[in-house]
Design a protein. Structure first.
Length: 273
């Protein structure tokens, strides 16, 4: 297991919607991320809207300490999966998005769906997809033992993540986000990153970089060779505690949710294959 820290500059404003699980009150006058925010959560389960005005600033983010959840293992039916299947796959140049291309007799997206559905930790799978492909997933209902939900894709990946989060069961302990175009993830991989996410608070699958990577300037001249020992190639799933995201008021947009989480989490070592 490895940890990352980085210098992060936040320069844009974002919009978020929170899903409070109990009444609470948060006030902050100054932080590296917020010029000011004031939150007063209403009754349990009620949605509120929050507009955040971010200011430019640089801060050093390090991995947080382990979370004391009372259990060493992830509990049964405590995980919500967000399966992202709304991508267009333009770079593939195929007649359909790559996650729906057939692979050994079934669409690529179904491989990871079946992997998640067989895990006792998973309670539901929220599929984010275009309605025209919804029937591909609905046909699996008789073959899986978890709840199947749907959400619409957004313009960008972060918007699809946001839409998927809207459908998540608020009683879940963990949220696990996976790209459906990655069919080779195994239950062992998922169990590893779920456990790290449960113990640490956030985790992502990753593999050590093997290639030689150069840093170049704006004129394409090599500046330096980066040390491979410090570089990781990020994969999915990305896992985090649902209540941590809510109570720490992290935006539901990927640049501040997924990217912040990646740099504030454990990296679960994944083997190349």
């Amino acid at each position: 297991m490895a940890f990352l820290h980085f210098n992060h500059t936040l320069t844009r404003s974002n919009f978020i919607m929170l899903f409070p699980t109990k009444p609470t009150h948060v006030t902050a006058k100054s932080s590296p991320f917020f010029s000011h925010f004031h939150i007063n959560f209403p009754s349990r389960g009620q949605k509120i809207e929050l507009r955040r005005r971010a200011r430019s600033g640089t801060c050093r983010i390090t991995c947080s300490a382990k979370v004391d959840n009372g259990f060493e293992t992830v509990q049964e039916k405590s995980v919500s999966i967000i399966l992202l299947a709304g991508g267009k796959g333009k770079r593939m140049g195929a007649s359909m998005p790559k996650q729906y291309l057939p692979l050994l007799g079934q669409p690529i997206a179904l491989y990871s769906l079946y992997t998640f559905s067989r895990m006792i930790e998973v309670k539901e799978i929220v599929v984010v997809c275009d309605p025209s492909y919804k029937d591909i997933f609905e046909e699996t209902k008789d073959k899986i033992n978890v709840d199947l939900k749907f959400a619409l894709p957004g313009k960008e990946r972060q918007d699809s993540v946001y839409n998927g989060l809207q459908a998540v069961d608020l009683n879940s302990e963990l949220v696990c986000i996976h790209d459906s175009a990655r069919p080779l993830v195994t239950s062992a991989d998922v169990e590893k990153v779920l456990r790290d996410g449960w113990l640490i608070g956030a985790a992502v699958l990753g593999v050590p970089v093997k290639a030689t990577i150069k840093e170049a300037n704006s004129e394409s001249y090599v500046v330096r060779t980066l040390d491979r020992k410090t570089l990781w190639e990020m994969q999915t799933p990305q896992v985090y505690l649902l209540n941590r995201i809510i109570y720490h008021v992290i935006t539901f947009f990927e640049n501040a949710l997924i990217e912040y989480t990646i740099h504030n989490c454990a990296i679960s070592n994944l083997s190349y294959r």
